[in-house]
Design a protein around this ligand. Structure first.
Ligand code: CMP
Length: 147
């Protein structure tokens, strides 16, 4: 059964010119890229996307980071896409990933637990919500500048 998942190349990944490398890794791993767009998130969009983290101490810093430059939003499809994309990017903490998952994408381009250069949906349900957030017509989240 094919699944869709949402990937984001975050501002540090974009400014470091990692997007081509990451896209190649995605294609080499058998994903199809169904949709992609480069956008600048505004504060409302970043807060909306990460609403589940709104009570966390790192929330305002996360919003600042995610609005610090353009991001590349990708919809990926393959069998087992949600888990396979999470496996490819590695653990949230990029500094730990460099030791425990040296071949992961976060080990390649991430720096810290916050500046971890990519996002991946953590379940099929959040994948559906996150794809709708950016790509559905009446989406609240797509309040952004498209590049
Ligand atoms: P992501 O997978 O996009 O989901 C939530 C994001 O919040 C995460 O990647 C990091 O960028 C950030 N994050 C998660 N945990 C922490 C933390 N403990 N401190 C700072 N940022 C975090």
């Amino acid at each position: 059964e094919k699944e869709k998942t949402l990937a984001i190349i975050k501002p540090d990944g974009m400014s470091g010119n990692y997007s081509e490398k990451i896209k190649n890794a995605i294609l080499d791993s058998g994903f199809t890229i169904l949709k992609e767009m480069t956008i600048q998130l505004d504060e409302d969009a970043a807060m909306g996307f990460y609403a589940e983290h709104s009570s966390r101490s790192f929330f305002s810093s996360l919003v600042k980071y995610m609005t610090s430059g353009p991001v590349l939003i990708l919809v990926l499809e393959k069998e087992n896409a949600v888990a396979d994309w999470r496996a490819l990017i590695g653990p949230t903490d990029a500094s730990a990933a460099k030791i425990t998952h040296p071949h992961s994408i976060r080990a390649m381009c991430g720096v810290t637990i916050e500046k971890n250069c990519v996002h991946g949906s953590d379940s099929l349900q959040s994948a559906r919500q996150e794809i709708a957030f950016f790509f559905e017509e009446k989406s609240s989240g797509r309040v952004v500048t498209e590049h």
